[in-house]
Write a protein that binds this ligand. Structure first.
Ligand code: SF4
Length: 288
C-alpha cells in the first residue's frame, strides 16, 4: 500500500476527520472536512469531489449545513479528539492501512482544513477554527500547525479574513490555490463562475497583510502541459503578490474523474519549476 497515494477522506467510523500521510506536509496530517456535502464554488477538472457550482444548489446546501451546524461541529470536535488520542497512544497506526507508514513519516505535522470542498464557505468557519485550535493546544505538540487549504475565492470577505488572522496567530498556515496564469486556462481548469480577476485581486490584497503558501497543480490536459505562455503569465501573477512563503508545485497523484487529465512526468514538472524559479526568484518545492 502506497500511503502517499491512498488518501481516503473517510476513516473508519469517522465522518469529518481523517488521517493522511501527506507529501506536502512531510508526515501525518489530520484532515478536517467542513464540506461533507461537497460545497465548493470551483469544479476543478482534477477534483475527486462532485462540486456544486449552481448558486441555487449552493444556497440549499449551505442552509442544510447551517441547520445541522451545532451537532456537526460537536461531532467534528469529538472525532478530532478521538483521532488525536489514537495518534498519541500509537493505535492509529495499528490495524489500519496506515500500518505501512515508514517511521520517519509518522510524526503529526498539521491539522488541515481540507476535505470535500472549500472550507471557508462553511457558515461557522470561525467557530470551527477556534475549536480546532483549542483541541490542538490541549492535545498536540505546539509545533503542530493548523493549515487551511483554500481556492482563494473568499479572501476578500471580512469575516473570513478575520478568522484567518486568528488561524495564523494560532500557528496556522494558509495554502492558497493558483493553478493558472491566464483567465482562459483558469476557466478550463477550475470550471468556476468566480472570475479569475477576482482570485488574483484577492491574493494581491490579502498578501499585503498576511503571508500565504501558493499551491499549484499542473498536469497534462488532453495530453498537453501548460505551455510557455501560460507559465510566463503564471509567473507574472506570482510577481504581483506581496508575501509568498514559497510555492508548492505538484501534479495529480491519484485517480481523477476525467481521463484527459493526466499527471506531469517528473521532467515536465522539473522544467516548469525551474522556469518559475527563474522568472520569479521564489522558492518552488516540487511534489511528484
Ligand atoms: S477548489 Fe478544491 S474542493 Fe473545490 S473543486 Fe477545486 S479541488 Fe475540488
Amino acid at each position: 500500500m502506497n500511503v502517499y497515494k491512498y488518501h481516503p477522506r473517510r476513516f473508519g467510523a469517522f465522518h469529518s476527520v481523517y488521517p493522511v500521510i501527506s507529501r506536502r506536509s512531510g508526515g501525518l496530517s489530520l484532515g478536517v472536512n467542513l464540506s461533507p456535502t461537497g460545497l465548493c464554488n470551483f469544479a476543478c477538472v482534477y477534483c475527486q469531489v462532485i462540486a456544486e457550482t449552481d448558486a441555487a444548489a449552493d444556497n440549499t446546501v449551505a442552509a442544510a449545513v447551517r441547520d445541522e451546524s451545532p451537532p456537526f461541529l460537536d461531532q467534528l470536535e469529538n472525532e478530532l479528539r478521538q483521532l488525536t488520542a489514537s495518534y498519541n497512544d500509537g493505535s492509529l497506526f495499528s490495524g489500519t492501512y496506515l500500518e505501512s507508514t515508514p517511521p520517519e513519516k509518522r510524526e503529526l505535522r498539521d491539522i488541515a482544513f481540507s476535505g470535500d470542498g472549500e472550507p471557508t464557505l462553511f457558515p461557522q468557519f470561525d467557530e470551527a477554527v477556534e475549536r480546532i485550535i483549542a483541541v490542538r493546544n490541549e492535545l498536540c505538540k505546539p509545533d503542530v500547525k493548523i493549515v487551511l487549504i483554500t481556492n482563494a475565492s473568499t479572501l476578500h470577505v471580512e469575516p473570513v479574513r478575520n478568522t484567518l488572522a486568528v488561524l495564523r496567530r494560532g500557528n496556522g498556515e494558509i495554502w492558497a490555490k493558483l493553478d493558472a496564469g491566464t483567465a482562459e486556462y483558469f476557466q478550463r481548469v477550475s470550471q468556476s463562475k468566480v472570475p479569475f480577476d477576482k482570485i488574483l485581486t484577492n491574493l494581491q490584497t490579502f498578501t499585503q497583510t498576511q503571508p500565504v503558501i501558493i499551491q499549484t497543480c499542473f498536469f497534462n490536459l488532453h495530453g498537453q502541459p501548460p505551455d510557455e505562455n501560460e507559465i510566463g503569465a503564471y509567473a507574472e501573477q506570482l510577481n504581483k503578490l506581496h508575501c509568498i512563503e514559497y510555492i508548492q508545485l505538484y501534479t495529480v497523484a491519484r485517480n481523477v474523474p476525467e481521463p484527459w487529465v493526466q499527471p506531469l512526468t517528473q521532467p515536465q514538472l522539473d522544467g516548469i519549476a525551474e522556469a518559475v524559479e527563474c522568472l520569479t526568484d521564489k522558492e518552488v518545492r516540487r511534489f511528484y
